[in-house]
Design a protein around this ligand. Structure first.
Ligand code: ASP
Length: 430
């Protein structure tokens, strides 16, 4: 067994996850005594977990902005941007379409909502899905600084792409600004590495808190729903993405998962694709071998508009709630669910639980009782963590496919298991 000191960062994060789960589960089994509630759950775990999430989120806006400017301003052919954008968005839509179709089909076959005994009906606020026209309007920032202050990804992406293009078109002054941004990018990447070196502590605290505060009764009541959501999420991650990768790139899915495992663990612990952007970006660039030109654009875009895991949960949950209330959905209602879920995944940010909030909008559109959400509320936290892993894996898969098709994937980096020793360098610094 390697000693703790010699372990690489990915293994440390994994051990931290396990230890966190065990600690939290033990506290849970002891009935969360008062001291643990005060000192750990509302104390140390909460502070360390939230500080870690804030550290990650702190990186997102500057990283996306600077990295995207570097990517776009290094494009020799501005037409490439349109082509890459078209391919990426098309693939994101197709994978989300596959995800929701799989989800609905499995809900129809396995009937998770039949014979459910709810333990815990909680009131839930009903959210509206932003209409698609508004999503389009909101994409262009009327004030880029405000968009950054609110961390709204789509307007930040639009602004950075336009600024990057102008830099390319500006001759000498453009070159000077571009090299400044390249330096800035290196500095921010260093910051990412520094933040990652404290990840094991953050991950431990987040997982321990979640395990200590989960309620086993909720899990039993909707057991079939949970098993089905997890099974379809796994199917999508282990069959659909690898098939696409093999079919469209001929790359090894095993190596791909190996290279992405740190990002997956971050996604699991934070349940936020947005907060995971720094790690996803660094993993696809340094470990998978995708150029910054492609990744800086496709990763933040994916974290914002591509949520296959969320689509799977929403599809199964819709079937589940319809079955629970004994409502038969017609074919046109199923199609409506597919369209609504795809729209919802475009209009939402990758932050914890938003998938569940938006489910209310999907249910309202097909005329199902929104209160049904209360049935699955208690177990959503765990599912949120797993679906976020699927969400970011989808972003990375599409990124790799697009990069390969553009000749922007360095295959020697991809094949080398030790390439892009980001985590080793984090260890050295730690
Ligand atoms: N937590 C998910 C994400 O950040 C979104 C969701 O399904 O709630 O990707």
């Amino acid at each position: 067994m390697p000693s703790l000191k010699n372990m690489n960062l990915s293994s440390k994060i994994f051990v931290a996850m396990l230890l966190g789960g065990i600690t939290g589960a033990l506290l849970n089994l002891m009935g969360t005594p008062e001291w643990s509630q005060i000192w750990l759950i509302d104390g140390a775990f909460r502070v360390v977990g939230q500080v870690f999430i804030s550290l990650l989120k702190m990186l997102v806006v500057p990283l996306v902005f600077v990295s995207l400017i570097c990517g776009v301003s290094s494009l020799s052919d501005p037409k490439m941007l349109g082509r890459v954008g078209g391919k990426t968005i098309a693939l994101y839509l197709v994978t989300t379409g596959i995800a929701v179709t799989l989800a609905l089909t499995s809900a129809v076959i396995f009937q998770p909502g039949v014979g459910v005994n709810p333990v815990n009906l909680v009131e839930r606020e009903i959210a509206e899905v932003t209409p698609f026209t508004q999503v389009l309007i909101n994409m262009v920032p009327n004030n880029p600084v405000a968009a950054m202050a609110d961390a709204r990804m789509l307007p930040i992406i639009v602004f950075a792409v336009l600024l990057g293009l102008s830099i390319t078109l500006s001759g000498e002054p453009g070159k000077r600004i571009s090299s400044w941004f390249q330096d800035f990018n290196t500095v921010i990447m260093k910051l990412v590495t520094l933040v990652m070196s404290v990840a094991p502590y953050g991950v431990f605290a987040l997982i321990a808190n979640m395990a200590a505060t989960s309620n086993g009764g909720d899990f039993l009541a909707v057991g079939k729903y949970i098993v089905l959501v997890i099974a379809v999420l796994l199917f999508h991650a282990l069959i659909v993405y690898p098939s696409l990768l093999v079919l469209l790139t001929r790359l090894s899915p095993r190596m791909f998962v190996y290279k992405m495992r740190a990002a997956m663990m971050f996604a699991f612990s934070t349940a936020s694709s947005n907060a995971t952007i720094p790690v996803t970006l660094e993993s696809v660039e340094k470990r998978v071998g995708v150029s910054n030109k492609i990744a800086s654009f496709t990763v933040p875009l994916g974290a914002t508009i591509n949520m296959d895991g969320t689509a799977i949960m929403q599809g199964i949950a819709t079937g589940f709630i319809a079955q629970f209330y004994g409502i038969d959905l017609s074919l046109s209602q199923y199609l409506m669910v597919v369209v609504m879920v795809i729209m919802a995944s475009i209009g939402t940010a990758g932050v914890p639980s938003v998938g569940l909030v938006l489910l209310a909008g999907v249910l309202a559109q097909v005329g199902l009782p929104e209160e049904g959400i209360a049935l699955i509320l208690g177990v959503d936290r765990l599912l949120d963590m797993i679906r976020t892993v699927v969400n970011i894996t989808g972003d990375a898969t599409v990124t790799t496919i697009v990069a390969k098709s553009e000749g922007e994937l360095d295959q020697s980096v991809f094949r080398d298991p030790r390439a892009g020793q980001i985590f080793a360098s984090a260890q050295k610094d730690a």
